[in-house]
Design a protein around this ligand. Structure first.
Ligand SMILES: [Ca+2]
Ligand SMILES: [Ca+2]
Ligand SMILES: [Ca+2]
Ligand SMILES: [Ca+2]
Length: 487
């Protein structure tokens, strides 16, 4: 496990060199005053997952390859030398972009774009390795015909392994782990900055040895080029702990469920990753998901608005199965708002109609198999591009409607079912963020959080005002959305 919170201090590389001046009379070439700084760099690279060697202050080949791996990973110029201008990136490096793979907590991911491989343990980044893959050039294969030196991409499992040296037609492989046909992840004396192999994935000899105890037959291995627009995750300002201290001292706070494009819900018991997730399928892709306590038993469960047929589908348990209550809902373009709008302890589904910039408050569920009843009240609210969400922002026991304006990041909160000026306004989140609210600290008041699909983080706030998030939750990138789950 990485000690990300402790990664710090290599900013002072140059400072240390100055402080640790050689004593009078020493031969500078023997004393090598930079050794302390090199050791500090080695430790920082080890903490971030790039270095597995001894912290000995020696800037040897293994340290140089760790620097190369880091440069590849963060998109810096590929070289074997360290540059202090990279210290900020190393201090704030959190994790790579990778596809979301909840079902495979232990796996190898090979990023051909960056020429690195990632080892995941328990769905957490364990180590980053420099690699060199197929260079794409034609060559004559063992059958005398032309091949192109491409590394196969796709979703594999490690199939077989040979310990030690394997002499193949194209050269010597060390400790090869075959993932398809004759293609293997293997040790090689040559791991340059760029693709150089005939299609295998080269590791350094020492990484190959290190991995002997880490890999196994059947281990999932995925080989891919990185999609445009994604990349490694860095801590904003270097201050936010990812999956850091629990924001919920009582253990009785609201949590979240993320759902993917296949409508699989990943329900976290606690927002701090401390507890096991429950996962279940509900709904279809492109359904609008929300949650509420439809039967008043104190448990929040999913609801869906299916735009293709205009129906709402509510379920009373967090398990796979069909809807318990179904009713026709609103007009095309309407957005569902789920909450307890009258404070009677049961959630209902209200309507935000962007075309009219209007909220329709409805305190009863629709008749099962029928339609939604008449609205109890309505009021003008927001702009057509605003994204509404629901919460009890003042802790009075009644839910009201907030708005997130993605174009500016403005958040508007209203504590009553009336139009007019917002009761609170602040800026939070980026375009593309998904905003929800919940009582993350068990103080009775709902506050906002945003999920950012591009970096996989949920940014959680415990006060409805400006400023940075109070904590982040590492959910994985590319999920379709997030909903609030009850405590
Ligand atoms: Ca319930
Ligand atoms: Ca109610
Ligand atoms: Ca309220
Ligand atoms: Ca709260």
């Amino acid at each position: 496990m990485l000690r990300r919170g402790l990664v710090s201090g290599i900013v002072s590389f140059a400072l240390l060199v100055g402080m640790l001046a050689a004593p009078a009379g020493a031969d500078p070439s023997e004393f090598a005053p930079q050794d302390a700084a090199t050791a500090q760099l080695q430790q920082a690279l080890a903490d971030a997952g790039f270095y597995r060697g001894a912290v000995d202050g020696s800037f040897g080949p293994q340290t140089q390859q760790a620097v190369m791996a880091f440069r590849k990973e963060v998109g810096a110029t590929r070289s074997f030398t360290w540059d202090n201008s990279l210290s900020g990136l190393l201090n704030s490096y959190v994790k790579p972009w990778t596809p979301f793979r909840f079902a495979e907590p232990d796996r190898v991911e090979v990023n051909l774009t960056r020429q690195v491989a990632y080892l995941f343990k328990g769905d957490v980044l364990s180590q980053v390795f420099p690699i060199s893959s197929g260079n794409g050039e034609p060559y004559t294969n063992q059958f005398g015909s032309f091949s192109e030196a491409h590394t196969p991409t796709g979703d594999f499992k490690i199939q077989r392994h040979i310990r030690g040296e394997r002499i193949s037609f194209l050269g010597v492989l060390w400790n090869p782990w075959y993932f398809i046909g004759g293609y293997a992840l293997h040790g090689s004396p040559s791991v340059p900055a760029f693709p150089a192999s005939h299609g295998c994935i080269r590791l350094t000899m020492w990484d190959s040895s290190w991995l002997e105890s880490q890999l196994s037959i059947g281990l999932p291995m995925h080989v891919w080029f990185e999609p445009a627009g994604v990349g490694p995750v860095f801590a904003p300002g270097g201050t936010l702990p990812v999956g850091g201290p629990s924001p919920c001292a009582s253990g009785n706070c609201d949590s979240v469920a993320f759902y993917d494009i296949a409508s699989r819900f990943y329900h976290w018991d606690r927002i701090d990753h401390a507890h096991q997730v429950n996962a279940f399928f509900y709904g279809n892709p492109s359904d609008i998901a929300f949650t509420g306590d439809w039967d008043g038993d104190g448990v929040a469960t999913p609801g869906l608005y299916r735009r293709s047929d205009g129906f709402v589908y509510l379920r009373n348990s967090n398990t796979e199965g069909v809807a318990d209550i179904t009713f026709y809902f609103g007009n095309p373009g309407d957005l569902p708002l789920a909450g307890d709008f009258d404070g009677d302890g049961r959630d209902s589904v209200s309507i935000y109609r962007p075309s009219e910039e209007r909220v329709y408050v409805i305190n009863e569920l629709g008749e099962n198999g029928g339609g939604l009843g008449a609205a109890d009240s309505s009021y003008a609210y927001g702009n057509p591009s605003d994204v509404p969400f629901v919460g009890d922002f003042d802790g009075d026991g009644t839910d009201t409607v907030g708005l997130h304006r993605p174009s500016t990041g403005n958040v508007f909160l209203s504590n009553s079912h009336q139009g007019g000026a917002a009761d609170a306004q602040f800026v939070f989140g980026d375009p593309g963020d998904k905003m929800i609210s919940g009582d993350w600290d068990d103080n009775g008041t709902d506050t906002v959080a945003v999920y950012r699909p591009s970096n996989g983080l949920l940014y959680v706030k415990n006060a409805n005002g400006g400023g940075p998030a109070h904590g982040t939750f590492d959910a994985g990138v590319g999920l379709a959305g997030v909903v609030t789950m009850g405590r």
